[in-house]
Design a protein around this ligand. Sequence first.
Ligand code: M6R
Length: 606
Amino acid sequence: MCGIIGITSNKTVSAAIINSLKKLEYRGYDSAGVATIYDGVIKEVKSEGRVENLEQNSLIKSLEGTVGIGHVRWATHGVPNSINAHPHSSSNVSVVHNGIIENSTILKKFLEGKGHVFKSQTDTEVIVHLISEHLKTKNILNSITTALKQLHGSYALGILFKDEPDLIIGARRGSPLAVGYGPNENYLGSDSYALKSMTNKITYLEDGEFCFIKKDQVSFYNEKGIKINKKVLELSSNQANYEKGDFKHFMAKEIEEQPVTISNGIKEYVDQLNNEINIYNFPWSIDDLNSIKLIGCGTAYHSCLMAKYWFEELTSLDVSIDIASEFRYRKNKFKKDCLYIFVSQSGETADTYAALDLCKQNKMKTCAVVNSVESSIARDSNFVLPIHCGPEIGVASTKAFLGQILILYILTLKFGYVKKDLSKKIYQNKIKDLKKLPKLIEKTLLMDNKIQNIVSDLNEAKGSMFLGRGFSYPIALEGALKLKELSYIHAEGYPAGEMKHGPLALIEEGMPVIVLAPRDSYYKKTISNMQEVIARGAKVLLITNKSKDEILSENLWETLEVETTNDDLLPFLITIPLQKLAYYSALQKGFDIDKPRNLAKSVTVE
Ligand code: M6R
């Protein structure tokens, strides 16, 4: 959550900081700010709302200085306004911060007692005054080491000092932070994406570490303040992935990219000639694994649920799933013969990372299914399965969801085959079907007109329900999540067979209910549940797959038919109309599709 950028250079930095903040907006967008040092004075400019507002702020043009820090905020402590926007500054220190300082109230009282005056409601401002307090008696290095020890909670920090017009200090605990290297300038960023337009040479800080960045030199320290050496990594870069191209929104682009991203994922793991799955360097014997635990948040959790259905159907493994924020605080029974799989697009989600950390502390086998291979979750897991989707910028996850379930399906087939739960023939037939999936996704994408016609009715509704059974149930949850986060329409995903145990009471005349009933082994059962909601006045949009058989129902509001494939793969296809439904619904309402209210792409606070 929140985005940080810092630049120290031999030229004025405010415009470059604003440009990078625009790229970071997906991490938070309720306020933005920049601070620089010029003529021995810290100057800051802050605005409520988008970076656009900051850019149009008349003060920004006069913000000179060759060293500066900038921030986009996703509010935790204090309402989103320009006073609470970062940077926060005293006369000699300025700070940008991602994370939460849990002991800020105690520290604030202590600092007020020493005469410090606070302007904002944020936890971040205590960091500014704490460092200023230490600077009264210590040098910069000792002030930082002492202050960091006093902070409880999580942080990624960028810090400027009035008397050091070439210095930015970066510090990390629990929130990611990267250093970038350029010609005659160096950078600090809350992720490599912010730095990518300036450099592909990056060093990631680990928890407890901090760094001194000057325009021609960077030094790293551990938490004791002892100098350490760190590696410089070279990132691969494909700038086109970071642009919208001809699309109106990143989300639209990312939905349409799915045939390609799924095809890339298949090419990466499937030997096309021999119909075999290759998972190179898997560090354990699959035969020795008896159970699997999948952990994630939001959409990634829905991927875990999808995988549970596949693993149970196609392997003898015992499978359980967990929401990361629940798992991390429960008394878990850790098992040596279990593989713990962490699913995350960003690889930086705080709760998922904490769950991974807990498993590491208990010496469990950990595997990450991530999009960002340079992320903390990827770096700290024993084994990584990248989903190869390319950057996902829209806050609502689309191509990463299909990418995650693709890799989890591939893993299911491999485990099922190695453990002899699947015969060679079934295994290879399923691989052959999988290879056809990109083409089927491509065809299924062609239903925009029909969906555009439905959304006006949907948009008038107070609430909606998404129903599915078996393999379609995780997709019902995902469809409901997409609609609520983009269109702000209450949407509940439910197992179709569970309606009669309570939620049926919600159905009233004209309520939109989206029923996922592909013609798989659950089809007839789901159709019966659908009749029950139609009988109570619901307006049903049926999503099924093409078939020569007639649909077993009348009185439908609308029907959308996806392409046809085997039962395992239908979840990929029925996801597509749900993504488009949410997209067009939000588009018609005029909402900010790539940056829905109150949300951020990378949730680095718990
Ligand atoms: O980066 P992650 O996959 O770990 O993110 C997890 C969730 O925050 C994320 O999937 C969220 O639910 C999306 N906005 C859903 O579209």
